[in-house]
Design a protein around this ligand. Structure first.
Ligand code: ACM
Length: 385
């Protein structure tokens, strides 16, 4: 039955405004707000306003679960936009399944998951890790040291990276996990160990506030990014702004979106973002996924009864959108998104210089069923590394 009321359509939003991952999640919140503003400025969902019901889960998995339950049970919301750390997505999953709700998740993650209650709009490992492993081994060598935050995504992402490096004939020379609230001294100790082991590159799965401390400790120790850079899937423009642009110079990130993408769609959107939220704000891959997934949802809601989860689940898979990174598409079978892999290098001014990019989108393969370097063989080289 189609709902003909003119009442606003309420959608839940769970991005942390406080706690260790608040910087990146604040950017995801702003990406969502920008899209909601655009949607409502063009008549909403057939005249109905899209309205966000927003809570701050404080970067704590248990709070995500409680607030997801509050959104669904008390606020009557059935669709949630949110989550950054995989631990927070995993905390929300049982709530979605119990109440037949839907999460749109705008964050790269470790893959090896499918829930029909989730649409995954960040990169899967075959859209960032495969490309990063290949690029780093080709450009710097194949002895890697791994440092990560102490939770699910870094463990799994390192496992995948280890397999790719071993497959390429390389070697893992060390692997360390630090708590999410690790201090400067902890990062200095890790960097000291890295300095003594002299790997060809460092793979960092550190997230949140620790990211700044790792890159700063690296610079303090006098290491040289031209010879032994830090490679990451999570160090975006937001973390670079937090650490200070100079600390990211020469380090490498693999992501489907960088603010520096030179296209009309991206330029226009970044300008509009700055007009609305201030010139000091930076775009990044998680901001972009948060932005385009909100448009994907609105377009789906325009096609079917927006309150009918089963109907939304019929039309969201297979849907496409002209995103700032290029056209994206939600896969019908695994609910992950076709995205365009890119490799960027910190330019020392807060942005990434895009060194290489795939010629077209890459189909998501979250279980790495065919995780060959093939996904990347169609790359174009934009700059010399
Ligand atoms: C992450 O935890 N998926 C970054």
């Amino acid at each position: 039955m189609t709902d003909t009321s003119s009442a606003p359509i309420r959608v839940g939003m769970l991005f942390s405004e406080t706690g260790v991952t608040s910087v990146i999640e604040t950017s995801q919140r702003l990406g969502t707000l920008l899209a909601v503003h655009e949607i409502n400025a063009s008549s909403g969902i057939h005249g109905r306003e899209l309205k966000l019901v927003n809570y701050d889960p404080q970067s704590r998995p248990a709070s995500y679960r409680q607030l997801a339950e509050r959104l669904v049970v008390d606020d009557g919301v059935r669709v949630i936009l949110g989550c950054y750390m995989s631990s927070t997505r995993k905390a929300v999953l049982p709530v979605l399944e119990r109440w037949n709700a839907l999460l749109l998740y705008p964050t790269l993650y470790e893959g090896f998951e499918y829930s029909r209650h989730v649409v995954y709009t960040g990169a899967a490992p075959n859209q960032n890790s495969v490309q990063l492993a290949e690029f780093m081994m080709r450009s710097f060598g194949s002895r890697v040291f791994m440092v990560g935050s102490d939770y699910l995504y870094p463990y799994e992402s390192n496992r995948i990276m280890s397999d790719l490096i071993l497959e390429g004939g390389g070697e893992k020379v060390g692997e360390v996990y630090l708590p999410l609230d690790a201090q400067r001294e902890d990062f200095r100790a890790v960097v000291k160990r890295i300095k003594s082991l002299q790997p060809d590159f460092i793979f960092s799965t550190v997230v949140g506030e620790g990211t700044a401390m790792l890159y700063q400790a690296y610079a303090e120790a006098g290491l040289d990014p031209a010879r032994m850079p830090i490679a990451s899937l999570t160090t975006s423009e937001a973390e670079v702004q937090q650490m200070g642009a100079q600390y990211a110079a020469g380090h490498i990130t693999s992501a489907p979106y960088f603010q520096s993408i030179d296209s009309d769609v991206n330029r226009r959107l970044v300008e509009s973002f700055h007009r609305r939220f201030g010139d000091d704000k930076v775009a990044n891959q998680c901001w972009e996924a948060a932005y385009f997934q909100t448009h994907l949802l609105a377009n789906a809601m325009r096609r079917v009864d927006p309150g009918d989860i089963e109907a939304l689940l019929r039309v969201l898979p297979g849907s496409e959108f002209e995103a700032p990174q290029g056209r994206v598409r939600v896969d019908e079978h695994n609910h992950h998104t076709y995205l365009r892999p890119r490799i960027g290098r910190g330019d020392g001014k807060g942005q990434f210089e895009i060194l290489e990019e795939a010629r077209s989108w890459v189909r998501p393969d979250p279980y790495l069923v065919s995780h060959t370097l093939e996904d990347w063989s169609v790359r174009v080289k934009l700059q010399t590394a």
